[in-house]
Design a protein around this ligand. Structure first.
Ligand SMILES: [Zn+2]
Length: 305
């Protein structure tokens, strides 16, 4: 297993990349400010979050962490929140706060992964400040823009952090680099639309929510691959729904083609659940959807926590 690494991707901006970015194994980041630093996301478990915070202390021994941003509600980015000092102000989308408040998984993970995640000594900690659209955090002269797409995408409460002086974008799970993307708690069409929005920010460096840091032409290439995947999901789900297939039947019958090479390919059934819910105007039954993912995968899903 690769050790996670805090690497400086631009002056005063670091990416915390945890290979290989599978289930519960996320990326995070750090932005140096003139008057306190800004963390982007925590990790799923106590162990992983402590590694991140230790690396932050080594990189910035004389700095104080003042803010932390949650990209969205999922536990791989938020369960470590409670390990931050109380003096750190946590910021998240207002819908993200509501979703995390209702999340039961930190108190007992359903048996969908192997090994079964051990969160360690973390408790649920919700954002102190919520935003719905766009806001700027200023640390002295350093500005970080927190921006929401304005519609459900990966989830209903996504937030990215744009660091204009360094042209670095922390995209959260609007972008998965080299892994199967996921939008089962958001919207397939919204996730697709958000890729144009991410691309229009015109970053030089993008830290995805999972997978390696992207720069230059890698950014538009990766966005394009993900765009094609969501278009594929949309078309496959519409056809399957029209012929009355269940999400699991639809996924089993589907030839993933080039998308089958991405890790965590079983996410196709979660995405089809979402696409069906989008068509029907309903909600995804998350437990049902995960049972289908385990069935499609032929056993518990892969993780490393
Ligand atoms: Zn994630």
């Amino acid at each position: 297993m690769h050790s996670p690494e805090l690497s400086e991707v631009a002056r005063g901006v670091w990416a915390w990349v945890q290979a290989d970015g599978t289930w519960w194994v996320n990326n995070a980041g750090l932005i140096a400010g003139d008057d306190g630093d800004i963390l982007f996301d925590t990790c799923a478990t106590e162990r992983r979050t402590r590694l991140l915070l230790d690396a932050v202390s080594v990189a910035r021994p004389d700095a104080t962490l003042r803010w932390a941003v949650n990209s969205h509600a999922h536990g791989d980015h938020t369960y470590g929140n409670s390990l931050l000092p109380r003096t750190v102000t946590i910021i998240g989308h207002e819908q993200m706060r509501a979703t995390l408040a209702a999340d039961p998984v930190i108190d007992g993970c359903p048996p969908f992964w192997s090994p079964n995640p051990d969160w360690g000594g973390v408790v649920k900690r919700l954002p102190d400040v919520t935003v719905a659209g766009r806001t700027s955090v200023w640390s002295g002269d350093v500005r970080v823009d927190l921006q929401a797409p304005g519609y459900p995408a990966h989830t209903t409460g996504d937030l990215v952090a744009w660091v204009p002086h360094a042209r670095v974008l922390f995209a959260g799970d609007l972008l998965f680099a080299g892994l199967t993307p996921l939008a089962f708690m958001g919207s397939i069409d919204g996730a697709l639309r958000s890729l144009d929005w991410v691309e229009a920010i015109d970053a030089e460096t993008v830290v995805p929510g999972h997978g390696p840091v992207l720069s230059g032409t890698q950014i538009s290439n990766e966005i394009q691959r993900q765009r094609e995947y969501y278009e594929f999901v949309h078309a496959a789900a519409e056809a399957a729904w029209a012929r009355g297939a269940s999400p699991l039947e639809a996924a089993r019958e589907l030839d993933l083609g080039r998308f089958g090479d991405w890790p965590d390919a079983e996410r196709i059934v979660l995405n089809i659940h979402r696409a069906f819910a989008d068509i029907e105007g309903g909600e995804v039954d998350v437990m049902d959807a995960f049972r289908d993912a385990v069935a499609l995968h032929g056993g518990p899903l892969r993780t490393a926590v």
